[in-house]
Design a protein around this ligand. Structure first.
Ligand code: ZN
Length: 191
């Protein structure tokens, strides 16, 4: 017991010495372009549905210019994307690392690396708005699948060969295993 204090000091030094600390920010702030009332409503609904599953506001909407560009994710709704590029959407993830030197315990310098995760998503405007305006279950399902698929790319997921996977390369009518998608998303968000 006599040496307990010594162990404590060593532990403190180890924690505050020339360390390299990493902090991850995986809360997403999206700007929708163009920011029409309908486009905003579409993604507000999809975000709310996603956040509800995790009981946590991972996906948020902001107005352009509200945050720094390096902290902002984007969703673009593009007229004619399907004809121009032959796809309904795409998504890519971005990670920006910021290094800060700080003085820690006993004035020792240490580096703090802050990782900011953002993403860029783009969708075919007609495909999205038509399905949003439709009351048909199938249309609603397709919209949800497309959104989650591109969001999955934004969470660093690649394609999956199983047609029941949300990350299957095509948005088709196969019943999707949403539960396993949410599990994968959660693993990424907590990492
Ligand atoms: Zn894809």
């Amino acid at each position: 017991m006599r040496y307990m204090w010594l162990i404590l000091v060593v532990a403190l030094l180890a924690a505050c010495g020339d360390g390299f600390f990493v902090s991850n920010t995986k809360q997403y702030y999206f700007v929708v372009k163009p920011a029409t009332r309908e486009n905003t409503r579409i993604f507000k609904g999809l975000f709310a549905d996603f956040n509800r599953r995790f009981n946590s506001p991972y996906l948020n909407l902001v107005r352009g210019g509200e945050l720094r560009a390096s902290e902002t994710s984007t969703i673009a709704l593009t007229q004619g994307l399907r004809h121009k590029e032959g796809k309904l959407g795409w998504g890519r993830w971005i990670r920006t690392a910021k290094l800060n030197s700080r003085r820690g315990f006993l004035n020792k310098p240490h580096q703090v690396r802050k990782n900011i995760y953002t993403m860029e998503l783009e969708f075919d405007r007609d495909y999205v708005t038509r399905r949003y305006r439709s009351d048909n279950d199938k249309d609603q399902r397709q919209l949800r699948t497309l959104f989650l698929h591109e969001l999955g790319h934004g969470f660093q997921m690649g394609h999956h060969p199983d047609s029941r996977s949300v990350m299957y390369h095509e948005i088709d009518d196969t019943a999707k295993d949403y539960a396993s998608f949410y599990r994968r998303a959660y693993r990424f968000l907590l990492r």
